[in-house]
Design a protein around this ligand. Structure first.
Ligand SMILES: [Zn+2]
Length: 395
């Protein structure tokens, strides 16, 4: 599963096994369909409950097992989270004393299957660009061209931009520690990374198009669009330029379809298994800026991962929005929305021991156990919105 998830995330394609997902979705539809449709809208606010089993207590052990085998931090984080998800999913079936050894074995197995992964760095390059893929699944020529375009685009960045971006995206260094090295706040590093990504997307598209007849207005206009900077767009009169320039008109489509990313929030469209990884990395990255403990970061990322998984499996299309909170306390709020079939009985779906989707993953009760606040609103045939919050422990 993990290799599948990673392969999809890193290559940036939406291939994988759509057939599997579709089949599972039909299955869940059938299951849900047998339940009589009750009230149209349900809302359940769940107060914080003690965690059981105590997942957090397992994290240091799992981290040690994986840390001694995997040097790359981002990879290690993914493996820790994946281990946790599996252990929690099995928790009902094993006695409490078994959890730790089971966690260790699971972690080792995941690491072993990880080694079978091929060169990660190369595949990672596609993810950096962060654009919807334009390639059909098995056209290797196009794939090579994309690789070349990424390399060209990276070469157009300044040395410092490139180093910071690669440290963050490929080596997995978080904005906090990058900020310490660069003498900047984590927020300033995040803003700089957003600008770098915006430039990289522009250069990537230009390289991909092999655009030759650029006017001197094209780059500034495309950059203003790519970064979502409306003031800049007015200054360079982007609207007029788009009407006059065929190239920019064409390239503006993929740039604008991405939507805007703020420095204190992340919005991730969820459609494929690859998006699950992006969602949990995004949540982790944001939360790390507030100084959450390593354990809490893993807990948050795991809960996000579960909600994203549910979206992929049962709704197929949705989004996860992660935002940092300053009031009333420092914390991170996650909203997961989908346009799926809805949950017929939210209260039952949240009950401990009840796996919403019949044994796949942690489901909602698992995610709820991990967070401080948790609320679900679901409407049959309209979709489900889950809002959950984790507060930072002060002191
Ligand atoms: Zn132009």
């Amino acid at each position: 599963m993990l290799s599948f998830v990673l392969a999809n995330a890193l290559s940036g394609t939406a291939v994988g096994a759509p057939g599997t997902i579709r089949a599972r979705r039909c299955q869940s539809r059938r299951v849900l369909g047998t339940v009589p449709l009750v009230s149209a809208t349900q809302s359940v606010d769940a107060p914080h409950e003690p965690r059981q089993p105590d997942v957090a207590a397992l994290i240091p052990t799992v981290r040690r097992v994986i840390g001694s085998r995997v040097a790359n931090r981002e990879q290690a984080d993914d493996l820790v989270q994946e281990t946790l998800v599996r252990v929690l999913a099995a928790a009902d079936r094993v006695e409490p004393g078994m959890l730790e050894p089971y966690a260790i074995v699971t972690a080792r197995n995941l690491v072993a299957s990880m080694w079978k992964e091929q060169d990660r760095h190369r595949r990672n390059q596609h993810r950096i660009v962060d654009l919807p893929t334009m390639r059909a699944p098995d056209e290797s020529l196009l794939q090579r061209e994309e690789g070349v375009a990424v390399a060209d685009a990276l070469a157009r960045l300044s040395e410092r931009e490139r180093q910071t971006l690669l440290a963050h995206e490929v080596a997995g260094q978080d904005t906090r520690s990058l900020g310490e090295e660069l003498g900047l706040t984590a927020g300033a590093v995040a803003a700089q990374l957003n600008r770098t990504r915006a430039r990289l997307r522009v250069e990537y598209l230009l390289a991909l198009e092999q655009a030759e007849s650029l006017t001197d207005r094209c780059r500034p206009v495309l950059f203003a669009l790519s970064s979502g900077d409306r003031r800049r767009q007015r200054e360079v009169d982007a609207a007029r330029h788009l009407l006059e320039c065929d190239l920019c008109e064409r390239l503006s489509q993929p740039l604008m379809e991405r939507g805007q990313q703020s420095d204190n929030a992340a919005r991730i469209r969820i459609q494929t298994d690859g998006d699950i990884v992006l969602a949990r990395q995004g949540a982790r990255e944001l939360a790390s800026r507030l100084g959450f403990s390593g354990t809490d970061l893993t807990v948050i990322a795991t809960a996000v991962s579960e909600l994203a998984r549910n979206i992929v499996r049962f709704a197929r299309d949705g989004e996860i929005v992660v935002e940092l909170l300053e009031e009333p306390r420092r914390g991170v709020r996650v909203v997961a929305r989908d346009t799926g079939p809805g949950i017929p009985d939210v209260e039952q779906a949240l009950a401990d021991g009840y796996s919403t989707y019949h044994g796949l993953g942690l489901g909602l009760p698992g995610a709820r156990r991990l967070m401080d606040e948790f609320a679900v609103v679901s409407e049959i045939d309209r979709g489900t919105t889950v809002t959950m919050t984790k507060w930072r422990q002060e002191g």
